[in-house]
Design a protein around this ligand. Structure first.
Ligand SMILES: Nc1ncnc2c1ncn2[C@@H]1O[C@H](COP(=O)(O)OP(=O)(O)OP(=O)(O)O)[C@@H](O)[C@H]1O
Length: 259
């Protein structure tokens, strides 16, 4: 089966900094691929290239077999790709529902950002997503009044308004308290997997919290200095000596030298 996402020889430099060296990865439908790596390893650069926010210096990106390397973020969105950001991209002076309607509207053809549609179908779609994410009770609250965990959930719910095939989440639990992090991820996974009559969503997410990685990833790709140094089942990747040395820091220096 054609992968939902293929990256072929992706490179990206910023002056002398090599943010992506030679990224090759295929992501199959329904996978939950977690990108791990220390700060500056190149995870967000990869997400930005897949979503069209950054153009690779070399290499190509295929979505369901179609080359989208030079496409704009908007064109990539239209091909079924959505994302959330490390810091939720909300309009803080608007209500939760207005944020949802605006996000939905932006995924549609001929969208006018300042005039989101309020037709029955749009309202029903937003209500259904807010309910799936357990935030329906907040629909009429201003986004600026929301606690961190609810902001994260709203941001991810907004990303799903366009019924994407591929969802990229940049640190879905950053800014979420330790008490809330599993509840937030449980809600996200339930909302994504519980969608009836819709194609399964493939998820690529960036995460620093190894408890979250172990619990929610079906596959892990470990980044270091712009390269993927290990890729496979979570237990296998997290046990890799280079991953423990360069990414998780869980291998004592003496053992790392011997490894
Ligand atoms: N727009 C940019 N201009 C210059 N350098 C950049 C830019 N974006 C990223 N970089 C550099 O590219 C490298 C990879 O950055 P990137 O943000 O992809 O890392 P990351 O793994 O997502 O890190 P973090 O976990 O801290 O978010 C870093 O050295 C970073 O400073």
């Amino acid at each position: 089966m054609t992968p939902v996402l293929s990256a072929r020889g992706l490179q990206r430099t910023f002056g002398a900094v090599v943010a992506a060296a030679d990224i090759n990865v295929d992501v199959a439908q329904g996978e939950r691929l977690c990108l791990i790596g220390s700060n500056g390893a190149g995870k967000t650069t990869f997400v930005n290239m897949v979503t069209g926010y950054l153009k690779p210096t070399e290499g190509s990106i295929l979505l369901a077999g179609e080359d989208v390397t030079r496409r704009s973020p908007r064109e990539i969105t239209r091909r079924g790709v959505a994302r959330s950001f490390q810091i939720p991209q909300l309009c803080l002076h608007m209500t939760v529902l207005e944020n949802m309607l605006t996000a939905l509207h932006c995924t549609q053809a001929h969208a006018h950002f300042l005039r989101p549609a309020r037709d029955a179908a749009s309202l029903a779609r937003c209500d259904q997503l807010l309910a799936a994410f357990g935030v329906a009770e907040h629909a009429q609250r201003l986004a600026r009044e929301l606690p961190g965990g609810v902001r994260k959930l709203l941001d991810i719910a907004m990303a799903l308004t366009g019924q994407p095939r591929l969802l990229l989440l940049d640190e879905p639990t950053s800014g979420v308290s330790a008490d809330e992090k599993f509840a937030v991820m449980d809600t996200v996974v339930r909302a994504i997997e519980g969608r009836q009559d819709e194609a399964p969503v493939t998820v690529v997410f960036v995460e620093h919290d190894m408890d979250i990685v172990r619990r929610y990833a079906s596959r892990v790709a470990a980044f270091s200095s712009g390269r993927i140094i290990a890729d496979g089942a979570p237990a296998h990747v997290l046990a890799d000596a280079d991953v423990q040395r360069y990414v998780t820091g869980s291998l004592p220096a003496s053992l790392a030298e011997a490894a």
